[in-house]
Design a protein around this ligand. Structure first.
Ligand code: PMP
Length: 427
């Protein structure tokens, strides 16, 4: 065990998850590559979803952050804050939500917590509909609406949560259905759950593509169908875009747009790589919903000028360089390449994804059951080969997750696929 790992274990909680038997210390990065404390270089196929949406050490963002830090870092509350207003205007315009208002937080958890505060206050109900296998954060309320038990350490939630089908397609009772039949079955399930929400539910919260859950996405149009039913009951739709926001899915800027017939969600949340590594989260809602709170509610660091400067520089860069289009093109090539590689491998049940959000679900070929051991082994072997990937899935964690920075090149996609091919062949 490395000295740092031993010190980590001695002072930090056991439940603070670490990848790899011999955990990695990343000391610096550039573009799509990172280096460890021993000077080894890795191609980073996971940091894009964690923190670094665009590229490691992107000069435009670094410059904006250091200039703002050199001028002033003050609270974003109580005083006017120009970078916060600038970014709020741009996010409101991009959100698709009419008469949008934006509130900035420091994390995805805090963004979802705020969305729950808004929805429950607006509807005067503590009942929430959430998706099976979902992940929405680590606060007391967020774990209470997280359907993936591997990430939900308590059931003592102040919310009453009803879980509905639809987030996962590859297994469960509806696995064999066609897209249209799947949507019909999930809508029937939603109606059933709405019938059980005694006081009338406040909201349905869903990730357009389940992130931690293993990059599963429902057929296009599911949330449009859900939306119609929710409207009949006056229930709000919260789209958790913490992983899908800002072009990662390639075809769309937001994940909800794959269900566009439904129009925008009532509440949208975002976070993770928005600041290309600086801690930004946020909530967008119409003025009517956002302003339903009748007392002050501030976040000292949410909307900090320095994180807002990072968000503005990152947004400008990714729009000017059409990184959404890059996610579509390079992600499309990468998924096809991985499908070709995996077609020959009995350990792979499915290669799926949208844009630069690609999941590879592993099974034990003997039993057909999810194989977390194989996923852990491939993660280690990929690291040995010089490639960082992630894993996820249900409580059995058997899905490899690929989510590089959105500036990934075709050559890097090929390089990573070749490393992954060797790692998978050993599984
Ligand atoms: N929602 C989703 C969909 C997420 O993937 C995450 C983080 N994995 C969160 C919310 C919570 O974000 P944070 O870790 O920034 O609190």
């Amino acid at each position: 065990m490395s000295d740092l790992h031993a010190r980590h274990k001695a002072v930090l909680p056991e439940w603070l998850a670490l990848y790899y038997a011999d955990p990695l210390e990343i000391t610096h990065g550039e573009g799509r590559r990172v280096w460890d404390a021993d000077g080894r270089q890795y191609l980073d196929f996971f940091g894009g979803i964690l923190t670094t949406m665009t590229a490691h050490a992107l000069p435009e963002v670094t410059k904006a952050v250091s200039e703002q830090a050199g001028r002033i870092i003050h609270s974003s509350t109580l005083y006017l804050n120009r970078p916060m207003v600038d970014l709020a205007e741009r996010v409101a315009g991009l959100s698709g939500i009419p008469d949008a208002r934006v509130f900035f937080t420091t994390s995805g958890t805090e963004a979802n917590d705020t969305a729950l505060l808004l929805a429950t206050s607006y509807r005067r109900s503590n009942q929430i509909l959430a998706m099976r296998n979902s992940y929405h954060g680590r606060s007391f309320t967020a774990v209470g609406i997280t359907g993936n038990n591997a990430w939900s350490p308590t059931s003592l939630s102040p919310l009453q949560t009803l879980y509905v089908h639809g987030g996962v397609r590859s297994r469960g009772p509806y696995a064999a259905l066609s897209d249209a039949e799947f949507i019909k079955a999930c809508v029937a399930d939603l109606r059933d759950m709405l019938g059980q929400a005694r006081g009338g539910a406040a909201a349905l919260i869903a990730e357009p593509v389940q992130g931690v859950g293993g990059f599963t996405s429902p057929p296009d149009g599911l949330y449009a169908a859900f939306r119609e039913v929710l409207r009949e009951h006056g229930v709000l739709w919260i789209s958790d875009e913490v992983q899908t926001g800002w072009g990662r899915t390639g075809d769309h800027f937001w994940g909800w747009q794959a269900h566009a017939a439904s129009g925008p969600p009532d509440i949208l949340t975002f976070a993770k790589g928005i600041g290309n590594g600086m801690s930004i989260g946020g909530v967008v809602a119409s003025a009517e919903v956002m302003n339903c709170l009748d007392s002050n509610s501030i976040s000292t660091f949410g909307g900090s000028p320095v994180t807002m400067a990072a968000g503005l520089a990152n947004l400008t860069y990714l729009l000017e360089h059409d990184l959404q289009g890059n996610a579509r093109r390079v992600g499309g090539l990468l998924i096809e390449r991985m499908r070709a590689i995996c077609a020959q491998l009995p350990v792979v049940r499915e290669v799926r994804g949208r844009g630069l959000m690609i999941g590879i679900e592993l099974i034990d070929p003997g039993t057909g059951e999810a194989d977390p051991r194989a996923a852990a082994a491939v993660l280690e072997a990929a690291r040995e080969g010089g490639l960082l990937i992630g894993k996820g899935g249900g409580h059995d964690t058997s899905v490899l997750r690929i989510a590089p920075p959105l500036s990934l090149t075709v050559a890097e996609a090929e390089e990573g696929a070749a490393i992954l091919e060797r790692a998978l062949q050993g599984a």
